[in-house]
Design a binder for this molecule. Structure first.
Ligand code: C2E
Ligand code: CA
Ligand code: CA
Length: 719
């Protein structure tokens, strides 16, 4: 394709100007030709035709002249001759005038040779006429005939000369006409040629316009239509051109790339929106529908199906002890486990129901029962068993394998079910019952369970308030030095007396407080009150407080405890903290650091309930305890159960070898005390010495402590 340096406008202007010039040229030359033809025609008309007419008139006058001569010849008298002569002379003057006007008309073009011969003939004739008139006048009649003959002959030759002149003149006129014809023909030929050239030029222009403007514009328009139709992959044509079409193509190309960028941005936005939407609907980890979607679907089933005919079950699946796996193996491991469980559940339910992850370690299933059954208990049972056995299969994560259990609560969509939330709640209640009764099982929801839950909720509400208000008070159980029966300290045990519930045992409320996450508050409250009470005890009397397992994960525990001691002015050296060994399993490093900090402040650390945990020896080696407390289950039964006594012996052997003082708790009777004394157990605690009592009672007891000491010693001796 030809490249142009000029713009389309310049080129078009040039083309049009050339075209217009040609057309105007043709028109002007046509007009000029016409004008010259017209002039020539006029000339022929005014010069040659007039000349011919003049000659014709001369010929006529000569004839008239001859006739006048005849008149004269035939006239009877002199007056007639005179008259005829006047006539003849008139013709003669006229002929002279006509001759002059002929010469004037033609100028140089006058036919001189023929004109001269006419003039000669005419002069000869008129001279002879004059001679005839003269002779007649003299009366020479005998000469009349001779003159007549001579005049006739001269007249003829003059007439002939005029005719010749006319003929010559006519042919000259013809020559002029032919010249005009030639000019006309040439002009027409030129006009046709110029028109042909113009037409060719116009066609060329048209073709150029089509190839250079129309076709490119069509191509651009087509490309734009495709662009408008959503095809962003097109190539805008004519981009390489340097003119307006090139500029337009470039503008469209920019538009196209912008549209493309915009579309990409739009797609990205849409993808992000979809992702947000999907995130709002799905659990990000497992990709399962989330609680919201599950509830909505359940609600739709409840609303859409006719009452009482919905054979659906809601199964709530809670993984057992998943938290432990997460704590011990790390969160990524836990995530993989959750994903695998999700896949297994999906495989079981397939298209017959919905699986969702409600959060944490809880999954839920909507399952359709057998439509033919009024209540399809068997179907629900089968499904629950399938789920349990699928979850129980070992899960392999990298090199590690883990085995998991689950508890399932099942709630039916029965005819009274109206809202999804209450159904989910029912399944939840049943699941907690399953967990509580025996992990790894399933339970159907029963109304009584719900009552329990409501009772639990009310307990929780009361407990929250009790902790906040400091209504949970420490009671004090004495600790005795077995060697001399001296009261050497008290263990602070939490007591909650509710206005309606009465005394609620700590075994019942401590786990709830733990669950509510209020353990830190309770410990602080109990320690604060205990320090306040113990401040007034004799200086050799120690105070023991219990620290809950959950608190041993909190690195701020030592600073919190020490702050309370400082605030209450109670010396750290008189405080023991008792720790149940299950607390130590999950994060041994944090526990170690907490214990070391407490010990470096002067607090003694006692390992509580020793013998009941499964890694007691490991803990004894890893952590530097100051004391060990043998669990009361062994002590209570050691008199009647030799196995228990063997365990107590073993523990005492171990602690002695480690140089650790030992406390035996649960001493209810004197024989147990005697045996423990014989075995060299350093400290004792139990109903035999006293139950947990109020601060006032503890104070009273301390005042009588020598009496008590003596009474116990006497009883010992007596036994
Ligand atoms: P524990 O720390 O092992 O406390 C000793 C428990 O044994 C107390 O039960 C006490 O009343 C009981 N006991 C003491 N001597 C005898 C006896 O001769 N026979 C029998 N049958 N029982 C005896 P209590 O007060 O019901 O406390 C139960 C558990 O509650 C405690 O076990 C402890 O783990 C927890 N607990 C109590 N108070 C607190 C507290 O303030 N903080 C924390 N973290 N836990 C507490
Ligand atoms: Ca204790
Ligand atoms: Ca204990």
């Amino acid at each position: 394709m030809t490249r142009f340096r000029f713009s389309i406008r310049a080129r078009l202007t040039l083309f049009i100007m050339a075209f217009v010039t040609i057309v105007v040229g043709v028109a002007v030359s046509g007009v000029l030709t016409l004008r010259s033809v017209d002039l020539k025609t006029k000339e022929i008309d005014q010069k040659w035709l007039a000349a011919t007419a003049t000659l014709a008139e001369i010929a006529d006058r000569i004839s008239e002249y001859r006739i006048a001569e005849g008149y004269r010849a035939l006239a009877p008298g002199p007056s007639g001759r005179e008259e005829a002569e006047v006539l003849a002379n008139g013709h003669r003057r006229e002929i002279q005038k006509l001759q002059n006007s002929y010469v004037t008309l033609l100028g140089d073009d006058a036919q001189s040779a023929d004109l001269d011969s006419f003039r000669t003939a005419w002069n000869a004739y008129s001279t002879e006429h004059d001679a005839w008139v003269q002779s007649d006048f003299e009366g020479a009649l005998e000469n009349a005939e001779r003159h007549n003959q001579l005049l006739q002959r001269l007249y003829k030759s003059a007439d002939l000369a005029v005719d010749r002149l006319i003929a010559t003149n006519t042919s000259a006129a013809h020559a002029q006409v032919r010249a005009v014809d030639l000019l006309t023909d040439r002009s027409v030929t030129i006009a046709i040629a110029v028109s042909a050239v113009s037409i060719l030029l116009a066609m060329w222009l048209l073709i150029r316009v089509r190839t250079q403007i129309t076709y490119p514009l069509e191509a651009i328009t087509q490309a734009l239509s495709k662009l408008a139709a959503g095809n962003r992959d097109i190539r805008v044509p004519e981009l390489q051109r340097a003119d307006e079409i090139g500029a337009m193509a470039k503008a469209f190309e920019i538009f196209r790339t912008n549209a493309l960028a915009l579309e990409h941005a739009h797609k990205a936005t849409r993808a992000a929106q979809e992702q947000v939407h999907s995130l709002a609907r799905h659990d990000a980890l497992t990709g399962l529908p989330n609680r919201r979607v599950f509830s909505a679907e359940l609600q739709a089933i409840l609303t859409g199906a006719p009452r009482g005919t919905v054979p659906y079950w809601v199964l709530l699946v809670g993984l057992d002890q998943f938290k432990r796996i997460n704590d011990l193996q790390g969160q990524p491991f836990g995530d993989t486990v959750l994903c695998e469980i999700a896949r297994r559940l999906e495989r079981i339910v397939r298209n017959s129901g919905t699986v969702a992850r409600l959060g944490g370690d809880e999954f839920a299933i909507i399952a359709k029962g057998d439509v033919t059954q009024q209540i399809d208990l068997d179907g629900a049972r089968d499904l629950a068993r399938k789920v349990l056995s699928a979850i129980r299969k070992p899960i392999l994560v990298g090199e590690r394998s883990v085995e998991l259990g689950a508890s399932i609560g099942i709630a039916p969509c029965h005819k009274d079910s109206t809202d999804a939330e209450s159904l989910l709640h029912a399944a939840d209640v049943a699941m907690y019952r399953a967990k509580r009764d025996s992990r790894g099982a399933f339970r159907f929801f029963e109304q009584s369970m719900d009552d329990d839950i409501r009772a639990q909720e009310s307990l929780e509400t009361d407990l929250k308030r009790a902790v906040a208000e400091g209504a949970i008070k420490p009671f004090y159980q004495p600790l005795v030095e077995i060697r001399n029966n001296r009261i050497c300290g008290f263990e602070a045990l939490a007591r909650w007396e509710h206005p309606e519930r009465g005394f609620v045992p700590p075994d019942l409320f401590i786990p709830v407080i733990e669950q509510l996450g209020l353990m830190t508050d309770l410990t602080s409250s109990v320690l604060r009150q205990a320090c306040r009470d113990a401040k007034y005890w004799p200086e050799d009397i120690r105070l023991s407080v219990n620290i809950s397992p959950s608190e041993l994960k909190d690195p701020l525990l030592p600073s919190r405890l020490l702050a309370i001691l400082a605030e209450q002015g109670f010396p750290a050296a008189r405080l023991d903290v008792e720790i149940i060994e299950t607390a130590l399993v999950s994060d041994i490093e944090t526990a170690k650091s907490i214990l070391t900090t407490l010990q470096s402040a002067g607090i003694k650390v006692c390992l509580d309930d020793f013998g009941t945990g499964y890694s007691s020896l490991y803990h004894l080696r890893e952590l530097k305890f100051d004391k060990v407390k043998i669990d009361r289950s062994f002590v209570q039964s050691m008199v009647n159960n030799p196995e228990s006594e063997k365990i107590v012996d073993a523990i005492l052997g171990l602690t002695k070898s480690l140089n650790l003082p030992t406390v035996a708790e649960g001493i209810e009777h004197l024989p147990v005390l005697l045996r423990l004394a014989a075995k060299g157990c350093e400290f004792g605690q139990g109903y035999y010495f006293g139950k947990a009592m109020t601060a006032d009672s503890a104070r009273d007891m301390l005042m009588e402590r020598t009496v008590i000491q003596m009474r116990i010693t006497e009883a010992q001796h007596a036994a």
